[in-house]
Design a protein around this ligand. Sequence first.
Ligand code: FAD
Ligand code: NAP
Length: 532
Amino acid sequence: MAQHYDALVIGAGFSGMYQLIRLREQGFSTRVVEKGTGVGGTWYWNRYPGARVDIESVEYSYSFDDALQQEWDWSERYAAQPEILRYAEHVADRYDLRRDISFETSVEKAVWDEESDRWTVTMLSAEGSETVTASYVIAATGCLSMPSRPHFEGMDDFEGETYWTSSYPREGVDLTDKRVAVIGTGSSGLQTITAIAPVVGELTVFQRTPSYAVPAHNGPEADRLREVRPQYPAFRELSALSPLGFQCGEDNPRVMMETDPVDVRAELDRRWAVGGLCFNSGFEDTLRDQAANDLAAEYVRDQIRAKVKDPEVAEKLCPTTYPIASKRMCVDTGYFEVYNQDNVSLVDLQETPIERFSAKGVVAGGTEYEVDVIILATGFDAMTGALNAIEFRNGEQVLSEKWEHGPRTYLGLMSVGFPNLLTVTGPQSPSVLSNMMTSIEYHVDWITRLLQAQRAEGLTRIEPRPEAEDNWVNTTNDLADLTLMPQASSWYMGANIPGKQRVFMPFIGGVGAYKQIGDGIATVGYHGFDRA
Ligand code: FAD
Ligand code: NAP
């Protein structure tokens, strides 16, 4: 007989860990299954040089236990990957999580059984295949956990070392004095480039599309912690109700196009000086009015021009082909200044595309760039990649096939045809448009409350109604269409993956508004769901 669990949780990142804590508290038998050898998810896999958060550490951390937030000291305003991974490991130790987590195990398939209201889940590990059953499957598989690894002709011919930022070796790589190529200039690329530029011999950056980046103004976190700690619970409540899941002082944002240009400039200057992702929160029309967006974008381009000494290089680093903030902005710690170093050069792939890899390096625009190491920072099959990699099946219906033309969910939590399957920060929830920790905690709490309600009412099945899903999908699309977001070829749109349907995947209505909707739906007995 297969082992049965109340809940099977896929993934031991911050979502899966917190889900385990909550379900255990409520007495649900729970097993977590994780591909990696340890906890931490994103922060377990992405160990590239310079990896760090783009949300301040006091916000990008769990809020569910005041004792935890009181005892943990963040060293920096924007913590780096080793510190975040230590934090994840601390949480695993503190709540004794590992005893319910199967590491180095991958969930391959889950099949719904209408008779028993259970999922039969097949997973693979070095020991072979194992099948278990679960009343509920909770996919905590991550929005950015399925790397996108484009193939370049001749990749196997390259005689040097090749690394992907999304699976960078845990022991690190000695790049001292080496000739290094970095391909990709999103957040991962920017952080890598900034971190390695001082140690490598030569650095060649292959850029297809430049990124908008705001300075982090990173530094010690001690003062901020002293300020926040005494009022942490109230502070977290404000974040949970904010548009982005962290606080940007945007209680009363102005309309840029109705504001005196001198005041606009002063506000952008003020936000630039503070640093971080709150840069865009001063005006409510930045993301919906092209003229406002152009002003903010030009402001950032001027900052780039001021930082980079060579005007030609500066122009190449200036993003012009998509609205600012229509891709998640990068938060940098001296990225643009790197191009003032003699050992750093930029190859603009718009002018000279990569033709192939050779034995000695990368060939672009007819030039062979000889390098010892190639680091690829080419991103992720975001939001749906990890979910579609699992065969979720109900009879003839498979989730990845249902989602072929884009994800269809109710609240980003469930999809019609797949009862008792819940997704933490699933597509059509705020997820990647927010401080993910806030969104993760909200979804996990919502799911836990649902499972408690099911048990209390003696119910064993829940599934969204088709009309609720249709309405939610339409709402998500309509909201996105009110903004400039769909103009960008972004991973939010699935545009970075060849053949993937272009559809704006996250819910852009804001974290606080989403919470109010989610709470309301739960409070009235799960409106829009069929329960039995
Ligand atoms: P993940 O951390 O992605 O964990 C999912 C886990 O599921 C992984 O460990 C994976 O191995 C496992 N898994 C997936 N499929 C299977 C399967 N079939 N079987 C078994 N295991 C499986 N967000 C922010 O808000 N702020 C930031 O500063 C920030 N920085 C980021 C930096 C990087 C480099 C990246 C890639 C993302 C960043 N994010 C950030 C987003 C980040 O993914 C979330 O903040 C958060 O860590 C997600 O946690 P999670 O548990 O939901 O998913
Ligand atoms: P990304 O933003 O998708 O960037 C991928 C980069 O690789 C882009 O510059 C892309 O160019 C380039 N690229 C992809 N395929 C290519 C090809 N075949 N040839 C040449 N260039 C290619 O991925 P990411 O940098 O990993 O970031 C993903 C998300 O993870 C971020 O948006 C953020 O949410 C999160 N993240 C956060 C942080 C942080 O600061 N805390 C750090 C890393 C990641 P194009 O743009 O032209 O496609």
